[in-house]
Design a protein around this ligand. Structure first.
Ligand code: TNX
Length: 852
């Protein structure tokens, strides 16, 4: 393509250099000022017309603010178009042009930067050319106006000194004070001595546990120099798996998931009340093995003599995975399932559809994946580029979907690990991929003269004049729910998914209907919806929305499938002094709807919605954004990927989540200002009946920023381990301590113990698990005092290495063991290393020798 462009004397995409930077966030209220510098590295001029540059940005440029001889228009979603105005002139070879614009809200991290630029020449003409440019170079964020959202932003940027301070109370604990099993079991007692799994050890199991036995056998096969045998008849020197339906559940534990694990000098016995319980016992057994076995196969595996009595506090312990915004392929999902299994998580809430992608094949409606899973520009039927996915249509992870076989493999893999896969089909908002796909189907059938068939699955009213914009800036992402064809669509999709489950031998028990974030203004000016509402005697679009969910529920009932949905589905608006206030919808209490409650941003006024729903009678799943959204950035460092609309979320904050009293952790709002304690005390508390209706909790990995495969595991681990810890174990001791200082000391102790487990057992094991998990390696803290530098890390036991000459630490650099006196002129840098030599970003502190 570039060859032809050159013929036509246009600079090709790779010859256009882009540099983007923030001037200041402290500009005119909720806006920031940014510069985009375009440099022509080619040998021909960029002309003053005939081209447009497209890019994605989660921050909206304000069209009227743009200077530099260009215009920026909002296309749809996060896609924007930059084109020359009459003042552009030309951009000669070697010359740069600076565009200055204001953007909505703020930009303090690299995730806020525009991405995925491409240029289109002669758009609309037969000779149109599309050329990828890529992401701009980002000017480092350094000044206060670049790293604080407003002058009042009190959340400090994460520096080496701050991290050092946060880690001060951590220490390397004596081995016996570090738990061996994660999530921590309800009770475990250890004796002297070991039992060794060795040649000749057999796995003895009844036929009902053949799945659990063979998974154990497979896991051990990777750790031993020789494989173990499975056996039906009992024998000495064995790992015995047993079922005992009468097995007593420890107090406060979920009975059906109970297990016992006993290790004596003569063998191992794992007893489960159910096969699921046995599976958890097997995971605990694996965790008792020496971590080194994962790195090098061993002849023998010693296991400490012990008695473990265990059961989870919550029956529901999950992960929500969004594969719609960016696609995670089958391999990635299977790895995640393996990780979940290791930490005894048992629900995968699979976000399969959204505005930017539809990833599950629907046999009756092939367009959903044929069109809805492809993003690109100017190459046949596809969705628009989003999240920097660029113009190339077959480019992952913007494009991609599961084949039927992929999906079946995922379901089976999950079932073997006692993980229920709960598919989400997000409707009626967040539905642009489906809308576009069904529109193309409509056009194709119409063109073929099949008018009746064309109408069958229509999702839009072509005369809809409603004006709205979703949170993700889409203007056309809501299904027209006044059309009967949309209910046929729902029925067909549900039926086909159910069949896909059946083909896998798995029962589809619950389907998540989404229901989140329908933008205000939708349906208001749709003649079809308005006519339908009149017919039904409805006076507001909220009633229409409720009708949609009632019909969805009926469809699911007919298919014998339970209904889950985001909190919005269970809420109604109530007029309170002119303002619409959401409250639990009493009409739905006995409907069996399971709300997933997410929006508790501190200071936004909805913090208690989860408890209000549970107290009203709904069985809920806790999804609190403030502690459980694993797509949020770990910390406020411009290089740290992720959003921060619900706050920054380090591993410790996940561990500090108190499911039954979220207020314990409420201290500051998004900008770091103390919360109004009075307001919080007025918020609803969970009643004892409400407590029983909390089914459990889950971590969430939304996909907008999963632009490359590696970042999936980075965002998940180690935070997912903390989710498992909270979802499985009992309430942390400090939950009930009223005194803040005392509570915070206890929390420090718990965090220290957990952090030791991470640094010394979990992360080193994960270095070898499945060939190595790409978890986030904590950046060390660093302090320079009195000419001596000290370092620490939030996962004690991990190796830190340093240099003193300002170069990046390497796997061969000196190991940090104790404070290091600095020679004059030294520029220390330190990084954390894994057992496989991967490293964190490096930390550095400015040493001012005069400031002793
Ligand atoms: C909110 S939480 C959303 C998602 C986004 C996520 C990003 C919810 C039900 N909706 O559509 O992906 O924030 O953090």
């Amino acid at each position: 393509m570039s060859g032809r462009s050159q013929q036509r004397a246009y600079p090709c995409g790779r010859h256009l250099g882009l540099k983007w930077g923030v001037v200041s966030n402290h500009f005119d209220g909720d806006t920031f000022r940014a510069t985009l510098t375009i440099t022509n590295h080619g040998d021909v001029s960029l002309p003053g017309s005939g081209w447009a540059m497209y890019f994605n940005s989660c921050r909206k440029p304000l069209p009227d603010s743009v200077t530099g001889g260009v215009i920026i228009e909002h296309v749809n979603g996060d896609l924007f178009k930059l084109l020359p105005s009459a003042q552009f002139g030309t951009l000669a070879p070697g010359v740069s042009r600076q565009v200055v614009y204001l953007g909505a809200l703020w930009a303090v991290v690299e995730t806020d930067a525009p991405a995925g630029f491409f240029i289109v020449y002669d758009e609309g003409a037969a000779r149109a050319e599309v050329e990828a440019i890529g992401d701009p170079e980002i000017v480092p964020f350094s000044r206060a106006e670049q790293v604080t959202r407003t002058p009042a932003d009190r959340v400090p940027r994460q520096t080496a000194a701050l991290t050092f301070d946060e880690n001060r109370r951590l220490s390397l604990l004596p081995e016996k004070r570090v738990g061996k099993i994660t999530p921590a079991p309800l009770s475990a007692s250890y004796g002297a001595g070991v039992f060794s799994i060795a040649r000749g050890t057999a796995i003895v199991h009844p036929p009902e546990l053949s799945g659990e036995a063979s998974l154990l056998k497979d896991a051990l096969a990777g750790l031993l120099t020789h494989p173990l045998q499975l056996a039906a008849a009992d024998q000495a020197n064995a790992i015995r798996l047993r079922l005992d339906p009468e097995l007593a559940a420890p107090e406060g534990g979920v009975a059906e998931q109970t297990y016992r694990l006993g290790v004596t000098p003569s063998g191992v016995e794992i007893t489960g009340r159910t096969a699921e319980g046995v599976h958890y016992g097997v995971q605990s057994l694996l965790q008792l093995l020496p971590v080194s076995a994962w790195q090098n196969r061993e002849l023998e595996l010693p296991i400490p003599i012990c008695q473990v009595k265990d059961a989870p506090r919550f029956a529901y312990r999950g992960l929500h995975l969004d594969v719609a915004r960016n696609f995670s392929d089958k391999r990635t999902v299977l790895r995640i399932l393996d990780l979940m299994a290791l930490y005894k998580l048992n629900k995968l809430h699979f976000h399969l559809t959204d505005d930017e992608g539809w990833r599950i094949p629907i046999a009756s409606l092939p367009e959903l994946t044929e069109i809805g899973s492809r993003r690109g520009f100017g190459q046949g039927d596809s969705l628009l580029p989003s999240f920097g996915s660029g113009p190339k249509v077959d480019h992952r992870p913007g494009s991609g979907h599961y084949t039927r076989q992929d999906f079946i493999d995922i379901l089976r893999h999950a079932r073997e690990r006692h993980i229920e896969v709960i598919p989400e089909i997000d409707l009626p908002g967040h539905a642009r991929a489906a809308i576009q796909a069904m529109q193309k189907r409509y056009e194709r059938l119409r063109a073929a003269g099949k008018n009746n068939e064309a109408e069958e699955y229509r999702l839009v009213d072509l005369n809809d004049m409603s004006k709205y914009e979703s949170v993700q800036m889409w203007k056309d992402n809501v299904v027209c729910i006044g059309l009967e064809s949309c209910y046929r669509f729902v029925d067909t999709v549900v039926g086909d998914i159910k069949a896909l489950y059946a083909e896998s031998g798995v029962t589809l028990r619950t389907l998540h209907v989404g229901g989140d974030e329908v933008p205000h203004g939708a349906w208001e000016h749709s003649p079809l919806c308005q006519a339908f509402m009149r017919e039904q005697g409805m006076t507001s679009v909220r009633e229409l929305e409720a009708y949609f969910f009632a019909r969805f529920r009926d469809i699911l009932r007919r298919h014998e499938i339970g209904m889950a949905g985001w909190e919005e589905v269970a809420l109604v608006d109530e007029n309170q002094g002119g303002a619409a206030v959401s409250r639990p919808n009493p009409k739905l209490v006995s409907s069996g709807l399971r709300p997933y409650v997410w929006n508790n941003v501190w200071g936004w006024g909805r913090e208690d919605i989860a408890y209000r729903l549970a107290n009203t009678g709904f069985e809920i799943v806790l999804c609190n954004v403030t502690n459980l959204y694993l797509d949020l950035a770990y910390e406020k460092d411009p290089a740290e990927p992720g959003y921060y609309w619900g706050g920054f979320l380090g591993t410790r904050k996940v561990l500090e989540f108190c499911p039954f009293d979220i207020y314990t952790m409420a201290t500051v709002d998004l900008l770091g200002h103390p919360l109004d304690a009075e307001k919080l005390t007025q918020m609803e508390r969970l009643t004892p009946e409400g407590e029983k209706r909390v089914l459990g909790m889950q971590g969430h990995l939304w996909g907008e920023n999963l632009r490359d495969g590696g970042v999936v595991e980075y965002m998940l681990v180690p935070r997912l381990i903390a989710v498992a810890e909270r979802a499985w174990g009992k309430d942390p001791r400090w939950t009930f301590i009223a005194d803040r200082t005392e509570r915070s000391h206890r929390m420090d102790d718990d965090w220290n113990e957990f952090a030791n487990r991470l640094g010394r057992r979990e992360l080193p094991r994960l270095d070898a698990f499945l060939g190595g998990i790409g978890y986030r390696i904590p950046v060390p803290g660093m302090a320079i005092e009195g000419g001596v530098f000290s370092a620490n890390v939030s996962a004690p036991g991990m190796t830190m290495r340093y240099t003193l000459d300002g170069t990046e630490p390497l796997p061969t650099s000196a190991v940090y063991e104790q404070p290091v006196p600095l020679p004059s002129g030294a520029r220390p840098k330190v990084a954390t290393f894994t057992t496989t030599g991967r490293r964190s970003r490096s930390a550095t502190a400015i040493w001012n020798p005069r400031k002793k």
